[in-house]
Design a binder for this molecule. Structure first.
Ligand SMILES: [Zn+2]
Length: 231
């Protein structure tokens, strides 16, 4: 059970302050926020790999060029390296943490509408299987606080796109308004990749409804909170 003792798995809140460098916060303040969080959770902040997130479905295996000051451009990261925390930053999108405690592999993914529509979850699970020889039945998944369906109104174009991708089950219509359920999409995609229902934990916290989290829909200049996982 050594693995469980050493695994770090956490979702930050507003108390940990903003962790993103692209939201016009002073970089030295952002670094201090990272240092504080790292101390709290017990890792070296300089060992952390985060991402230049671009709302894609690109998943990258961490290599020697990836580090705190040189984050790779992608929306998913996977590694078997110890003491190499992975971080996904969000404010409405879903932060997803994955781990296989048999093969000792961890991954993170950023899934907003684009990531969910592009099925980034499938690419992460495929990397576990193809690059690290994981059995999907051993992969545990935690989806952190993200925007709930009630808060996530979308336009007709998005609804059309959802229908073309056969995701109509995730669209709720109330009179002339449409609401999208990203969690439902992620859950279905994970099950489709043979992740076990019992191994999927989806937070019911909505970062938009709950004041402890940043929300881009609420404030376009908001910070980012994060999901962090480390071996
Ligand atoms: Zn909400």
């Amino acid at each position: 059970m050594k693995f469980y003792q050493s695994l770090i798995l956490n979702f930050s809140t507003k108390q940990n302050a903003n962790l993103a460098f692209h939201v016009q916060d002073d970089p030295s303040t952002v670094i201090q926020n990272h240092q504080r969080l790292a101390k709290e959770l017990g890792y070296e902040y300089k060992n952390l790999v985060h991402m230049k997130q671009i709302h894609s479905n690109i998943v990258k295996i961490v290599d020697q060029n990836d580090n705190f000051t040189n984050p790779p451009t992608c929306d998913g990261l996977i590694t078997n390296k110890k003491e190499t925390p992975l971080m996904v930053m969000v404010a409405d999108c879903s932060p997803i943490l994955f781990y296989d405690d048999v093969k000792n592999i961890i991954a993170v993914a950023h899934a907003g509408r684009a990531g969910a529509f592009g099925n980034i979850v499938q690419n992460v699970i495929k990397s576990f299987i193809n690059d690290f020889d994981s059995d999907p039945k051993n992969i545990k998944v935690e989806v952190g606080p993200a925007i709930c369906q009630k808060c996530y109104e979308v336009g007709v174009e998005i609804v059309k796109e959802a229908h073309s991708l056969r995701l109509e089950y995730a669209v709720l219509q109330k009179k002339e308004r449409y609401y999208l359920d990203i969690r439902a999409i992620l859950k279905k995609q994970l099950l489709h990749e043979s992740v076990l229902d019992n191994n999927i934990k989806i937070s019911n916290i909505c970062n938009c409804c709950d004041d402890n989290y940043y929300s881009y829909r609420e404030d376009k200049k908001c910070g980012r909170f994060a999901g962090i996982i480390s071996l």
